[in-house]
Ligand binder design. Structure first.
Ligand code: AHR
Length: 305
């Protein structure tokens, strides 16, 4: 908060405005909107920041160009929510050569750890594993046909969720019919699910969507095919945004693993420390919960995003 009257010119660097370039993925999902809002709130003028915001519409080349432009503008720090893991080595080296620290937010990169200062994010593999364990416990002992809507190909969120989920369902009676990307959006979740339904019809018993939005898009396709979501086709998703939690409480989804989008405060704290030359951890993992239908009903009234 504002301590009031605090404009005394101190000797420390504390009152210098920190200019931060934030390279966001885009605006593909409800999760992303909540994350952008959390970041903008934390990196506000009142908190001592000058935020330069860029959303790359999920185009990796555009995101690399945005980071390069932050370097050219001579920002104090760069925060990056990388769309995909690969392709970052060159521009991260350029940032390092220009003495501009990079802090990763949300997703990770495959580049060497010494090319960034810290990462604030989620354990995507564990999210996938939690979803897979629930599926294995509830459907693993009866023949069950599964389809998967994957997130953006090459993103750590999609890759690690798939790994965690597949590990957890290995050795069960669950058969994977098909798995395709829906790029984390409602529109593509719907289109890809329509394709699955045309191909496999009522053979499909279970859908795992890498995020709520694709699951919500799939609901339309399932209903249009004359099937009842949550009953004819069981649905498990990740994120737990309000629309997803509403579908879960209404019985249209069956289980959601949370992915916490409220990372702004932690990222701002880490950026301040890095810019001040203080030491920080290489990674900060934010905890996630999981919800079944009853737990969603209880949690929904207080859900903030
Ligand atoms: O990286 C986190 C993922 O990105 C969220 O699960 C998804 O909704 C978002 O677009």
């Amino acid at each position: 908060g504002c301590a009031g009257g605090g404009s005394t010119a101190g000797g420390g660097g504390d009152d210098k405005v920190i200019t931060v370039g934030f390279a966001q993925t885009g605006s593909e999902s409800g999760w992303r909107s909540a994350n952008t809002e959390s970041m903008k709130t934390a990196f506000s003028t009142e908190n001592g920041f000058n935020l330069i915001f860029n959303a790359a519409d999920n185009k990796p080349e555009a995101q690399i160009a945005a980071v390069r432009s932050f370097i050219n503008q001579g920002v104090d720090a760069i925060v990056l929510a990388p769309i995909v893991t690969d392709g970052w080595d060159d521009v991260l080296k350029e940032a390092k050569d220009a003495n501009i620290p990079v802090i990763l937010e949300d997703r990770t990169v495959s580049a060497s750890e010494d090319l960034y200062a810290s990462w604030v994010g989620l354990d995507f593999k564990k999210e996938g594993e939690t979803a897979g364990k629930w599926v294995a416990e509830n459907f693993g002992k009866t023949p069950t046909n599964l389809v998967v809507l994957e997130g953006t190909t090459g993103s750590s969120a999609a890759t690690d969720r798939a790994t965690g989920f597949n590990d957890a369902i290995a050795g069960t009676d669950i058969t994977l019919l098909d798995s395709q990307t829906g790029n984390f959006t409602r529109a593509e979740g719907k289109t890809v699910m329509e394709g699955f339904l045309q191909k496999y019809g009522s053979q499909i018993n279970l859908l795992f969507a890498h995020n709520d939005d694709m699951g919500l898009g799939a609901l339309d396709a399932i209903k249009a095919a004359g099937l009842t979501p949550g009953t004819d086709i069981k649905i498990v998703t990740i994120d737990a945004v309000k629309d997803g939690m509403t579908a879960l409480a209404d019985g249209e989804f069956n289980y959601i693993v949370e992915c916490n989008p409220l990372l702004g405060e932690k990222v701002a704290e880490v950026v301040k420390k890095v810019v001040a030359g203080e030491s920080v951890d290489k990674q900060y993992i934010v905890e996630d919960q999981a919800f079944d239908q009853e737990q969603a009903k209880a949690a929904l009234p207080d859900r903030k995003y």
